[in-house]
Design a protein around this ligand. Structure first.
Ligand code: ADP
Ligand code: MG
Length: 390
């Protein structure tokens, strides 16, 4: 790609045939390197017009870099990015039909809310009457019309975020890029804004590309989620699929929580781990290979171990209760199975058993709840395995 030498006039003429609807974003085998490190690695992703898509992954996996390339603040080293069927290589950020909302709102402190929202249009020499109309519209959308004359310092964090949103919407982009926009808000406000953003997006019908490291946020808002790992997409699917049928141990551990049992795959589709023989329904791995059997805490039942003694039952593990925490709708139990393995069980509060720290307990789960993955050292050694947090 000769991105550096492509002028804007040339870039405009590279519009591809009208197969891609306005608002469609195509990321085509894009790579971005910083020195020796590859931030984004041959990433391809087609985002449909009007879709709400999240880029989800841990810090450093390349989410922001991907977004900045769509916005035009970074140019790819290889590959192409198209919005509405038009290649954006070499096109200046302000000429792209996209706008970005950042976590740090970067409002001008000396300007009023209305002036902040109007600024971009003034720079583009939009007629005054049109600016006035569009600023009012944008403030309405962000539910900030009553605050037009305030200065940013006279606003709460949530209100400042709404102004940042209005400032992006005033340009009426086909695509809105949002980089952890709710990260600075407290939990309750964040959850309110999640609902509002989702409603706004379906009302406007514009494409949202939402970057987050918060899996709950991604699950609750997105039409589809792209789970990123080391500059690539590990899985692209809707929330139900990502949760119920994760493509890898990495995805399984990053979305929701998992208990992992590492062991040798034996006949009958079981993993023979140090603490339990874990049966599953898939049995897709070769006998003798190392597998990771995964079961979510919400699928593990727990009870007092009355008939103490050695257990030979499958999908059962005995241990000692070392933690209990109230999570609201659920109770969470942390069980020590042995020196090196703990297990998390979660029960709906109304049916949660009364157990005390130090109790001998028995945990069990159904084979249908167990997912089986090839051993993935990167996923299980770097903190993606459900941490024993109780
Ligand atoms: N301007 C930059 N210079 C050098 N390295 C960078 C730069 N921006 C990002 N990186 C590196 O690229 C990788 C991806 O970063 P980033 O896209 O910010 O990840 P994320 O948003 O998922 O946390 C990281 O290893 C980061 O250190
Ligand atoms: Mg980032």
């Amino acid at each position: 790609m000769t991105t550096a030498t492509t002028t804007e006039a040339e870039a405009t003429t590279t519009a591809s045939p009208g197969a891609e609807a306005p608002g469609t974003v195509v990321i085509d085998a894009v790579t971005k390197r910083y020195g020796d490190s590859t931030a984004v690695d041959r990433l391809s992703l087609t985002i449909e017009a009007g879709e709400f898509i999240s880029l989800l992954g841990p810090s450093g996996c390349g989410k922001t870099t991907t977004l900045r390339m769509i916005a035009g603040f970074e140019e790819p080293d290889a590959g192409d990015i198209r919005v509405s069927g038009r290649s954006l290589l070499g096109v200046a950020p302000y000429r792209r039909d996209v706008n970005t909302v950042f976590q740090a709102y970067a409002l001008f402190p000396h300007m009023s809310v209305a002036e902040n929202v109007a600024y971009g249009l003034q720079q583009k020499r939009t007629p005054k009457s049109e600016i006035r109309e569009r600023v009012v519209d944008a403030l309405d959308l962000a539910q900030m019309r009553g605050f037009a004359d305030r200065k940013p310092t006279q606003l709460s964090g949530g209100q400042q975020q709404r102004v940042a949103l209005a400032r992006a919407l005033v340009n009426r982009p086909s695509v809105l890029l949002l980089d952890e926009p709710l990260g600075a808000l407290d939990r309750q406000l964040r959850e309110e804004m999640q609902l509002e953003l989702k409603l706004l997006q379906s009302r406007l019908g514009i494409t949202f590309v939402f970057v987050t490291h918060d899996q709950g946020e991604a699950l609750s808002m997105s039409d589809r989620i792209a789970i990123m790992r080391s500059g690539r997409i590990e899985q692209l699917a809707d929330a139900d699929t990502v949760y119920a049928r994760p493509a890898s141990a990495y995805v399984a551990a990053f979305v929701g929580q998992q208990n992992f049992f590492r062991g040798t795959v034996v006949e009958g589709g079981a993993v023979d781990s140090a603490h339990s023989l874990v049966y599953n329904m898939s049995a897709e791995l070769p006998v003798g290979s190392t597998g990771l059997a995964a079961v979510r805490p919400e699928f593990v039942s727990i009870d007092a171990d009355v008939a103490a003694g050695a257990s030979d039952a499958s999908n059962t593990a005995r241990g000692t209760l070392i933690g209990v925490s109230h999570l609201g709708e659920t109770m969470q139990y942390l069980v020590q199975l042995g020196d090196d393995q703990s297990l998390i069980a979660r029960r709906p509060s109304p049916e949660a058993p009364q157990l005390a720290i130090g109790d001998a307990v028995v945990c069990s789960w159904r084979a249908e709840s167990v997912l089986l993955f090839p051993a993935d050292d990167a996923a299980s050694a770097s903190g993606y395995v459900a941490p024993p947090t109780v």
